[in-house]
Design a protein around this ligand. Structure first.
Ligand code: FAD
Length: 218
């Protein structure tokens, strides 16, 4: 298709977009991918990966306690939230660079820009440039929704901002009973915050194994 700049244009360089771009390119397609924020998307930048680092950090409080019971003498442990966040950010930057290197290795052109679809085969970039693609793949992911505009909403954050709090909150209310809410509840509790989880249903983690739900609730 000579009248197209690329065979595949992917909007969004998250888990879905990067994988699709890489696989298509490995089969010989000319691929371009646009990312308006950071390569890696939700999972790498503000989801699975940073979350797991915080989970690991939060487990040490129990370990220190258990160790003492097994005869280890450890000095009174203290926790420094800014160190954890800085080290987490360093790891995320390393992973983002690895994702970019992978795209380069597969000859996928990366444009650091918002892309907007104009019609079935053309897109506009933030610079005003237009790209014509045989196929456009929308892999733009999702964004947290804070709900109705209630008084006090200005104090509410989503998981996105939780990864960048300047200090560990002394007390925190977490709204929701899905896995992200429960993981953050355990993270903050493990690190020493006083956590209240608010959930409208009968039990947290709807759809998960009942034994797991009961265990975690307790
Ligand atoms: C806190 C948290 C923890 C999670 N933990 C897990 C876990 O443990 N295991 C698991 O399997 N999943 C987990 N998830 C879910 C997982 O992160 C998502 O399912 C996954 O990232 C979705 O990938 P995606 O490619 O569809 O979208 P995304 O990763 O969101 O990527 C979409 C990308 O598109 C970009 N974009 C959007 N619009 C445009 C545009 N117009 N132009 C250019 N770029 C655009 C965005 O900036 C973004 O980078 C977690 C999510 C969160 C929030």
């Amino acid at each position: 298709m000579a009248d197209h700049d690329v065979d595949l244009f992917v909007i969004g360089a998250g888990s879905g977009g990067v994988r699709a771009a890489r696989i298509a390119a490995s089969h010989g397609a000319r691929v371009m991918i646009a990312e308006e924020f950071r390569v890696g998307g939700t999972c790498v930048i503000r989801g699975c990966v940073p979350k797991k680092l915080l989970v690991y950090a939060s487990r040490f409080s129990d370990e220190f306690e258990d160790a003492a019971g097994y005869g280890w003498r450890v000095p009174e442990p203290t926790f420094h939230w800014p160190t954890l966040i800085a080290n987490k950010d360093r790891e995320i930057a390393r992973l983002e660079a690895a994702y970019i290197a992978t795209l380069e290795r597969f000859n996928v052109s990366l444009v650091k820009s918002r892309a907007v679809i104009e019609d079935a085969h053309s897109l506009k970039l933030a610079t005003g440039a237009r790209v014509h693609a045989k196929t456009i793949l929308v892999a733009t992911g999702a964004w947290p929704h804070l709900g109705e505009k209630i008084p006090g909403l200005e104090h509410v954050i989503s998981s996105n901002e939780a990864f960048h709090l300047p200090e560990l909150p002394r007390r925190i209310v977490i709204q929701g009973g899905g896995y992200i809410a429960v993981e953050f509840a355990c993270i903050f509790a493990g690190l020493g915050s006083e956590v209240t989880l608010v959930y409208r249903g009968e039990n947290i983690l709807r759809g998960f194994d009942d034994d797991v739900r009961e265990h975690l609730r307790n």
